[in-house]
Design a protein around this ligand. Structure first.
Ligand SMILES: [Zn+2]
Length: 209
């Protein structure tokens, strides 16, 4: 773990969970890196490299399953290029991590291993952090006991929003979200025009700036 932290340099957040996650994210690419959780004979904080998997110098990443480019595009379009689970948009930073950038992928509502199909109904846009193989790797991500104090800090309106999302089984995007999703797909020039238009609408078109 110490070696890994040194190799990653100053930029990497200095917490064990972040490093663990980065290591676990190698597993879907065939890297076998057992830890103390997999092999009790290993000291805590030590990894053993059993097998090297794919890395970028080997060329394009092998496709794990066949979802056609067209189907991926239809899923992304339908879900407004946002992670269905956490709501992060393509290329957006994660909350509290201004330097991060979400990468979207297509995931399965019912995992392939449990018989889930590759029909559109079973596919959803997910960011790489929420995608199901990673989800399984992370294991037990949350407990109510840990979540409740955060929930208790929310305002009433925020509680109502959370409740409505939970009851709907997904994050409901409001009109502002929907407009933002569309605005993000404008050209740079048109986006700038929209920013100016919004400023005028908010401050009044006659106001001196
Ligand atoms: Zn996500």
């Amino acid at each position: 773990m110490g070696d890994l932290r040194q190799a990653l340099g100053e930029d990497a957040p200095n917490d064990a969970e972040h490093l663990n996650r980065r290591l676990r994210s190698l597993r879907p690419d065939g890297w076998e890196v057992p830890t103390n959780k997999d092999d009790r004979t290993l000291p805590v904080g030590t990894y053993r490299l059993d097998a090297k998997g794919w890395n970028p110098s080997l060329g394009p990443r092998p496709r794990r399953e066949a979802i056609s480019a067209g189907k991926r595009r239809r899923v992304f379009d339908r879900d407004s290029r946002r992670c269905f689970i956490c709501g992060v948009g393509s290329g957006e930073p994660y909350p509290g991590e201004p330097n991060s950038q979400a990468v979207l992928t297509v995931g399965h509502r019912i995992p392939r291993e449990l018989g889930g199909s590759t029909e559109l109904d079973n596919l959803q846009t997910e960011c790489k952090r929420c995608n199901e193989p990673v989800r399984q790797e992370l294991g037990l991500p949350e407990t109510l006991a840990e979540l409740l104090p955060e929930v208790r800090r929310l305002r009433k309106q925020e509680l109502e929003t959370l409740l409505s999302w939970l009851q709907a089984g997904q994050r409901i995007r409001n009109r502002v979200d929907a407009a933002y999703d569309r605005a993000r797909q404008l050209s740079v020039t048109e986006r700038e025009q929209l920013v100016n238009t919004l400023r005028d609408m908010i401050h009044g078109s006659g106001a001196a700036r």
